[in-house]
Design a protein around this ligand. Sequence first.
Ligand code: NAP
Ligand code: ZN
Length: 341
Amino acid sequence: MKAVFFEKPGGLDVLKYGELPTPRPQKGEALVRVKAADLNRLDVWLREDKENASNIPLPHIPGSDAAGVVKEINGESTLRVGQEVVLNPAIPCSACPRCKNGEPCELVKIFGVKNQGSYAEYITAPISQLYPKPKNISFAEAAAFPLTFLTAWHMLVGRANLRKGETVFVWGASGGLGSSAIQVAKYLGAKVIAAAKSEEDAKQIREIGADEIVIYTSGNVESTVKNLTKGLGVDVVFESVGEKTWSMTLAMLRPFGRVVIAGTTSGNMGTQDLSDIYVRQLSIFGARMGQKEEFEKVLELVAAGKLKPIIDKTFSLKDAAEAQKRMVDGKHFGKIVLEIQ
Ligand SMILES: NC(=O)c1ccc[n+]([C@@H]2O[C@H](COP(=O)([O-])OP(=O)(O)OC[C@H]3O[C@@H](n4cnc5c(N)ncnc54)[C@H](OP(=O)(O)O)[C@@H]3O)[C@@H](O)[C@H]2O)c1
Ligand SMILES: [Zn+2]
């Protein structure tokens, strides 16, 4: 099959387009002909070795999101050959104490990390990770929502418990995760203040639902947020940028405010005055992917047209390096998709 893969971590030039053996579905798995795959920052981190790529299979096919058509099923399933499907990229480990207790997994595995991903004509996946593709969306849209909407839902609902009428500040709003978070927060009935790097992005961020925009590249973010919240600060901050934004994140929270963090795009190290956390009684939640039930809820809302994947641009599979360059250069707005003919 045709696939995009790397044999060692490195720059964009390590991404090769070529032939690899078509995988065979093991017992309990299905073989899917991928029609669309989608980029996530994780793909870049793995290629650059930020996520300890030495632990991944080489040659490695990146890609956590996929939509396609079932070609073969090895086991019991309600799915059938020829059915259009979408992949839930979060796989519970089945081995941790929480999994054994029937609780949400503490070590959720991500598709395309320890196993081969979706930048390919074919992918195998546990049958339990595959769902019928909603009929109202294209393959490109179906590949563009799972990882980011699942994570955004888990962050805001499962972890930070964002409630109707509360105010949330969203960093990284032009990205896949941030643009999903705005929609989830609006669906929950929250007021959204979002960060934008430019007026041009601000316009698009408003179109997906943000109530207020703060241009973070000019002016003082904290004081603007205070002004927008009558001096109170926000209830929740949605974090995935990390080092560059962390001190502003803490400063813009109101007493008893919550931060939920799932990524550190700008760097891992954040400093803060620890006394601030207990004096203002703040809470910090970490989040990683989400649970099966959360994926099913997100899928239902996408099928109902209540959450909409934002597609930035589509590329053909062979141009995956160019697609990743667009992400690395920060030129995208929403999700970058690879279409596989
Ligand atoms: N824990 C999990 O389960 C999980 C799941 C999904 C993603 N993540 C993590 O979340 C992060 C976002 O992922 P993604 O796929 O949405 O990536 P993405 O599409 O590239 O979005 C990242 C956004 O962050 C903003 N940004 C980047 N560098 C910045 C900086 N130095 N200062 C301020 N803003 C900056 C940019 O938005 P603006 O230009 O609008 O500011 C950019 O669009 C990544 O670190 C990823 O690894 C984690
Ligand atoms: Zn587990």
